[in-house]
Design a protein around this ligand. Structure first.
Ligand SMILES: [Zn+2]
Ligand SMILES: [Zn+2]
Length: 124
């Protein structure tokens, strides 16, 4: 007699496959953690977004002007996730050494850049 609770061979195989799959996922996650421990450089890829505080790998380093009340200085570069970049923040229209060569007709009495980012030697 075959009850409803009986597991067929086919179901058993599927369950095993699911288990294997889940184990693989776990191993992949553990390996990723291990890689970060071994090479801290990798962990630099994972950051908290300065606005929503979500951990993300895809981070954008930009100057933003509309979160000063949250303690974000527009002159300091912020790490922002893609969602916030597209939907929440207003980017500062700065001459930043990371993205520009400074003012075009640069008057040497004026600062060449608007922000506090370190200026590479060749742009000084
Ligand atoms: Zn965010
Ligand atoms: Zn900058």
């Amino acid at each position: 007699m075959k009850g409803n609770n009986q597991i067929t061979q086919e179901e058993q195989d599927l369950l095993k496959e699911i288990e294997n799959y889940e184990a693989q996922q776990r191993i992949a996650k553990l390996k990723e953690k291990l890689a970060i421990l071994k090479n801290p450089q990798n962990s630099a890829d994972i950051c908290d977004c300065a606005v929503c505080e979500t951990q993300t790998k895809q981070i954008f380093k930009i100057h933003i002007v509309n979160y000063e009340d949250k303690g974000i200085n527009p002159q300091v570069i912020s790490k922002i996730c893609q969602n916030c970049k597209e939907n929440k923040v207003i980017q500062a229209n700065f001459y930043c050494p990371l993205t520009s060569d400074g003012y075009d007709g640069w008057d040497t009495n004026q600062p060449k850049f608007n922000c506090l980012c370190p200026v590479p030697l060749e742009k000084k």
